[in-house]
Design a protein around this ligand. Structure first.
Ligand SMILES: [Cu+2]
Length: 213
């Protein structure tokens, strides 16, 4: 009985913390464009709080990178460290997914039409995915240590809720001409905030810039 009451208490405290967080959060809209005025689709924007901690990762977080018509879908993903990624293959041909990136080195078995056991991406960093059979297949996983991140969508405006405070903002895109230096931004609760960014992209860069440290 005592155990249960303590458990209830802990739940209420957790709930209280979350409610306070939401109450002090501000909606931040990301307006990311390319230098020729298009939406910077697939750009990844990550916010690391300065001087404060953030909620820990849910153990059950998972995401999917599918293989459809000899392409990875989605091409770019951003997930928190600790997330399990599943790699189903929706094609009738076999693919073999691999990565040589230091943040996660792995090779899956050659397979078709099945769902492989997920892989846990436990270390922050940029993971470049390829297929051993089809050289043109490439995808990017940005694994981050913060819960505050977004990927720019072409079909809808991209926004996220950030608790008031100072953040180090990092921006990345697979087609960036040169890396974007991290900047500091301040979020307060007095008004909603819009962050506008302009990215200089190449149509087929020979090398992919690193995700900023
Ligand atoms: Cu393949």
């Amino acid at each position: 009985m005592k155990y249960r009451r303590e458990q209830l208490c802990a739940t209420l405290i957790l709930l209280g913390v979350q409610l306070v967080d939401v109450a002090l959060a501000s909606r931040v809209t990301l307006n990311v464009k390319t230098s020729d005025g298009k939406v910077g689709e697939d750009a990844v924007v990550v916010f690391n709080p300065i001087g404060t901690s953030y909620p820990s990762q849910r153990a059950s977080a998972s995401a999917i990178v599918d293989q459809i018509h000899k392409r990875f879908v989605p091409k770019v993903s951003v997930v928190r460290a600790g997330t399990t990624i599943n790699f189903p293959n929706s094609d009738q041909i076999r693919h073999q997914v691999y990565s040589f990136s230091p943040a996660k080195i792995f090779t899956l078995k050659l397979y078709a039409g099945s769902t492989q056991t997920g892989i846990v991406f436990d270390k922050p960093g940029l993971v470049v995915l390829g297929c051993n059979i089809h050289d043109s297949m490439v995808a990017y996983l940005v694994v981050v240590d913060s819960p505050y991140f977004a990927k720019i969508s072409a079909s809808e405006s991209t926004s996220l809720d950030l608790p008031a405070g100072r953040y180090r903002m990092r921006v990345w895109h697979p087609d960036l001409k040169t890396s974007v230096p991290p900047t500091e931004i301040v979020v307060d609760t007095s008004s909603n905030k819009e962050i506008s960014l302009k990215l200089d992209l190449l149509s087929a860069p020979e090398t992919v810039v690193e995700f900023p440290e």
